[in-house]
Write a protein that binds this ligand. Structure first.
Ligand SMILES: [Fe+2]
Length: 288
């Protein structure tokens, strides 16, 4: 029992047009404006993976975790309620926005995240039509990518995501006062990572979201586009020590970062948990 994949992310944004520039020109995502003014962003067979709500503020609105079956979803909801969480079923209008068959929402206080558990996402009838010529995204069987948060309580957050939502621990990196734990729920090395509070970064802060390209060239082209468009780069191209992702990071108009990666290694039955004392093999120098 547990979640199967990172499904979708919904965001309140203050600068929709800056977001759309990044989404289309850098990542090649396919935008669809909804009647309420929100914009869905597609990057694979799902109807969409991101929704931008132009509310005038910048915050995470919700994070959606996919569960493989209705039975498992209902079991998780029962378990959360037994643990004292207030879990509500999404109404028909919100389910229609999310394009899922059934979904529940609760507030998860350790990451301060409105968390939605769903199953039965709508698959699009038409092929993904990227807005620049890219090979696409590695999502099949592995979800949207990964999402990384800070928390004020690493021990409790680890316990919740491992023992309640069913993630496995992939590995750990501790360096320069930062402590990070990486969690998998499918072959992707991690769909979630949790870091401690650090400097002025408080618990509940969204650190970054990673999406993984099917072609390293697409990441390279994007790296040039980012610099041509003066999109703020946060970390230079590099390769991570634990998941071997080759990537760079930009700062989004909502402050948190997006990581554009390629070549992340996968969890298999022979996986051995390791600890690392630096996040990169090479590169990933901070520039922003
Ligand atoms: Fe990452």
């Amino acid at each position: 029992m547990g979640v199967a994949a990172l499904g979708y992310v919904t965001l309140n944004v203050s600068d929709l047009s800056a977001w759309l520039t990044i989404a289309t020109k850098v990542f090649g995502m396919q935008p669809t404006e909804r009647p309420d003014g929100a914009v869905d962003l597609r990057l694979d067979e799902f109807h969409h993976r991101f929704t931008l709500y132009p509310t005038g503020e910048d915050s995470l609105r919700s994070v959606g975790w996919e569960v493989a079956s209705e039975e498992e979803l209902l079991e998780l909801v029962d378990d959360l309620r037994a643990r004292g969480f207030e879990v509500t079923e999404l109404d028909a209008a919100t389910r229609a926005d999310r394009k899922v068959r059934l979904a529940y929402r609760f507030f998860e206080p350790l990451l301060k995240a409105e968390t939605e558990l769903f199953y039965g996402p709508l698959a699009h009838n038409l092929a993904f039509a990227p807005t620049r010529g890219i090979a696409g995204y590695k999502t099949k069987g592995m979800g949207l990518g990964h999402i990384v948060f800070h928390t004020a309580d690493m021990a409790k957050a680890t316990e919740f995501y491992r023992d309640v939502l069913g993630f496995g621990v992939a590995d750990y990196i501790a360096w320069d006062g930062i402590d990070a734990t990486f969690f998998y729920c499918n072959p992707r090395h991690h769909s979630l990572a949790i870091m401690n509070e650090f400097a002025d970064i408080k618990g509940g802060t969204l650190n970054h979201i990673m999406i993984e390209a099917l072609s390293f060239d697409d990441v390279g082209y994007a790296y040039d586009i980012v610099r041509d468009l003066n999109v703020p780069l946060f970390m230079d191209m590099g390769k991570h020590s634990n998941d071997h992702m080759q990537s760079f990071y930009i700062r989004t108009p909502s402050r948190f970062c997006m990581e554009y990666g390629f070549g992340g290694r996968l969890i298999d039955e022979n996986w051995e948990i390791r600890s690392y004392d630096q996040p990169m093999l090479f590169g990933h120098r901070m520039v922003g």
